[in-house]
Structure formats: C-alpha cells, structure tokens
Design a protein around this ligand. Structure first.
Ligand SMILES: [Zn+2]
Ligand SMILES: [Zn+2]
Length: 386
C-alpha cells in the first residue's frame, strides 16, 4: 500500500513536474540577428538540420548560421553543410554550454543546454531550451550583479523562479515562453561571475512563493523603496493581499535612497495646470504645490482637491520614484525624492542589507511579501494533481 502511494506520488511528480523543469527562452528578442557563429563553451553538442544529424560540435569547431532567402544556411570554416528550415543544437553531456556571437557584435553570450533555430522574418529565431535552475542563475546574475552575499542570491533565485513559472505563457504566440529582455526577465548569459549565484540557486532548488490558495504570486520587486513600500493597488489596478505597504528602514542608507530634481516655478505650475487641470490660482492648492512634505508615502498631490497621482508625475517628468517632497527657493522648485522604482513588493537594496546582516532568505521574503508560503514545486504539483 505504502509502495503504491509512493509510486503514485512519484508518477504525479514526474508527469506534472517535468513541465516545470525546462523553459523555452527567446534569445535576442526584438533584435534578432540574421547571422551568428556558435561554438562550444563546455562539453559537446550534436547539430541536427531538419531533424537529421549534420555534425558534432566540440573543441574549437565554429559553426556559422545565417538566413538566406528564408532558409538556414549552415557551414563550418571548411565545409558547407547546406540549407535547412530548422536547426537543433543538443547537448551530449550534462553541463554543456554554447557560445553564440552575433555577426557585427564583439560580445559572445554563453548559455547552457539546448537550442532550436528557425528562420524568422529574414533573421534567426533562436530559442534556448534551458533547465530552469540554469536559467534562474543567469537571471539572478543579470538582475542582482555579482557582489552580493549568497543569502541574497537565494532571495532573488526564489523570486526569479516564481516569476518565470508564473509568466511562462507570455510569448506563447511567438513559439517560446519568455524573452531574454526586461519585458520578462533579463537573461544575458549563463551565470559565470560568482559561484555563490549558482550555489544560491541550488540551495533553493524548486522553491517558489505561493499565496494562501497555493497560486504562484506576482513576486514584484524594485530597486529601493525609499523607506515605505506601496500597496499593489496604489500603483497598479489590482489589489493583491500579499503586496501590502510597509515601513522599511533597511534601504535608507543605500545608493538609490535619495534623488533630487530641480525646475522653475513657472514650468512646474504650467505642467500641473495644463496636464492635470491643477488650480494653481487657488492659494491653498498653489501653496501645496510649492511646499509639500508628507510624514509617509502619499499617492496624490492635493489629496482632497485636484488629486494628481504622484505616479503620473513620476512618469511625466521621468523621476526615479513617486515618493518625494516639494520645496521652493525664490523661483526654483526642488523635488527631493526617496527610492528608485515602483515601490511594490520586495525592495532589493533593503533585502541586500538584511542578507548582509545575517537574516535568512525566508525571513527576508516574508518581510516583504505578506502571508505567503515558500513551497517546493513538487508540492504545488501534488495539490494540482489532486
Ligand atoms: Zn518578454
Ligand atoms: Zn526599502
């Protein structure tokens, strides 16, 4: 009986869990190249044209692929391998990686696992079929840099994994799951710069954030909240119970905790009246537009009157955040701001500081996301399958 139950659980995990393990990432999204060269970084690869093996790729062999009249023309330095409508480059051994260089670009981009290449509007559609933990490590490096403590990389790994799985239908119509740009999550290459990034990913392997319904959360994050995070509905339309405003003193001394913006009184009043119909001729409203210093994060200038959203002012003037005070000296207006980004969810610089002070990744995630659970993907699969 017990054996049967174990087998059922294992088969559920394998059936449902398998779909969580490989992601299809559209590389160079929006700037697809028409010609690339590839060679192995580590391990070796089999190259298949229209499903048939063409060549083994190892050592210093360089393969050139370009789009010629809607087909893929493939050659090595010494041999023309012909034209095909599809190309697969599959690893022979675990841990293999491939270096891709776009013609005309100096940098090479190295990625783990498998690749599929198809012609696309005169260019190349390159899809990296990558083991999720390899992808997560690459994203963490792009999003968090290489100088943070390992505990912070664990925080960012859980967030990036949750985000990836929650958004994996985003590019379905284009034939892959996520792009490699900020539109989804930035994924420049496999992680190579700091071994702690890969360790942070491995030590949280499979862990994601879910809400009380065991649904993956929207794991929003931003650079620096300036001392107060925001409710989701203050910035976006929907209210999410786990994205609640809170005081955060962990980020106040950090790089992005303070900014300054200066303009003239006439430009400021013109902007407010033309764009927002702000009653600059009414003394009380005019006074608030000249001097405004809230005790905590507010969301509207002239709360009981014109109600101009600070997030709109941020957008219009290109400010780093929607959290600032207003002051004036003669004809100059000075906005003094706190933080960088939308302010919803996890504050990266605050979380980095908490990690440096010895807080665990779980405590940091629970600090910024309210009443969430950290679970392994296999647990979600189990509940889904039942
Ligand atoms: Zn995208
Ligand atoms: Zn913060």
């Amino acid at each position: 009986m017990r054996l049967t139950l174990t087998l059922i659980l294992v088969s559920i995990f394998l059936r449902v869990g398998a779909s969580n393990k490989v992601l299809e990432i559209g590389l160079f999204w929006g700037e697809e190249p028409s010609e690339i060269t590839v060679q192995t970084g580590e391990g070796s690869y089999s190259v298949l044209g229209n499903g048939k093996e063409l060549i083994q790729l190892k050592g210093g062999t360089i393969l050139r692929v370009n789009n010629v009249n809607g087909l893929l023309h493939i050659r090595t330095l010494s041999e023309d391998l012909g034209t095909y409508y599809s190309l697969e480059i599959n690893r022979n051994v675990w841990g293999s990686s491939l270096k891709i260089q776009r013609t005309g670009h100096k940098s090479t981009h190295e990625f783990h696992d498998n690749f599929s290449i198809k012609p696309y509007r005169g260019k190349l559609r390159i899809i990296n079929e990558v083991y999720i933990e390899h992808y997560v490590a690459g994203v963490v490096e792009s999003e968090a840099g290489s100088r943070e403590p390992k505990e912070y990389y664990k925080v960012q790994s859980v967030i990036c994994r949750t985000y990836a799985l929650n958004n994996r239908r985003r590019h379905e119509a284009e034939g892959f799951q996520l792009c490699d740009k900020v539109h989804c999550q930035v994924y420049h290459r496999r992680s190579l710069s700091n071994p702690d990034i890969v360790k942070g990913t491995q030590e949280t392997i499979g862990i994601v954030i879910v809400d009380s319904d065991i649904d993956l959360v929207n794991a929003a994050f931003h650079s620096n909240c300036g001392g107060y995070t925001c409710n989701s509905e203050d910035v976006w339309s929907g209210k999410l119970e786990y994205l609640r405003a809170r005081v955060d003193e962990n980020c106040l001394e950090e790089n992005h905790s303070y900014w300054r913006y200066a303009t003239t009184k006439s430009k400021w009043f013109d902007y407010l009246s033309v764009k927002h119909g702000y009653p600059v001729y009414e003394e009380e409203a005019a006074q608030e537009a000249l001097q405004y210093c809230p005790d905590e994060r507010d969301h509207f200038l002239n709360e009981n009157g014109a109600r101009v959203p600070f997030k709109q002012i941020r957008y219009d003037l290109g400010l780093l955040s929607a959290y600032f005070t207003i002051d004036h000296v003669q004809d100059s207006i000075i906005l003094e701001g706190h933080g960088y980004g939308h302010g919803v969810g996890l504050c990266q610089e605050g979380a980095m500081n908490m990690a440096k002070q010895g807080e665990s990744y779980a405590d940091i995630l629970h600090y910024y996301y309210k009443n969430v659970h950290l679970v392994n993907l296999s647990v979600i699969d189990f509940f889904r399958a039942n």
